[in-house]
Design a protein around this ligand. Structure first.
Ligand code: SF4
Ligand code: SF4
Length: 132
């Protein structure tokens, strides 16, 4: 299926989003304001606007770009650094798909609908998740 909507690459995802959009939970104005406030709070703490859509893949060097960037976001959004650091080392670095494997070939960056400077963000993510 050809993707035309950022963040969706399967019919099932489109159907699920349409289902949710057509059946809004009965939120009042206060609920919506609170939800917006919570969303703004967490978005402000995210260093990378990655939606984990995967359009940047495949990486010829095997970097798991969405997973690396989402782990970086998780580590930054919450006060728990230990969990994301452990997961990054155990499931990405040791598997040879961490940000440290990037060869800076730049194949991925033009494919990103969010225009994320992926090379720079991977280096930041790796430093954040492995540094002191
Ligand atoms: S720039 Fe790095 S992450 Fe992007 S495709 Fe090349 S090796 Fe992979
Ligand atoms: S870096 Fe860009 S293309 Fe890759 S998963 Fe994140 S938002 Fe999608």
């Amino acid at each position: 299926m050809v993707s035309v909507i950022s963040g969706m690459n399967a019919a099932s995802q489109l159907e699920e989003n349409l289902r949710v959009a057509s059946n809004p939970v009965a939120l009042d104005d206060d609920d919506r304001a609170l939800a917006d406030e919570v969303a703004r709070f967490f978005h402000a703490r995210m260093p990378v606007a990655c939606t984990t859509c995967g359009y940047c893949l495949p990486c010829p060097a095997g970097v798991a770009i969405p997973e690396v960037l989402s782990t970086y976001n998780t580590a930054s959004m919450f006060e728990n650094q230990a969990g994301p650091r452990f997961a990054y080392d155990a499931f990405l670095v040791k598997a040879g798909s961490g940000g440290d494997q990037c060869t800076e070939c730049a194949e991925c960056e033009p494919k990103c609908p969010q225009n994320i400077p992926i090379i720079e963000m991977l280096a930041q993510a790796h430093a954040h998740l492995t540094g002191p």
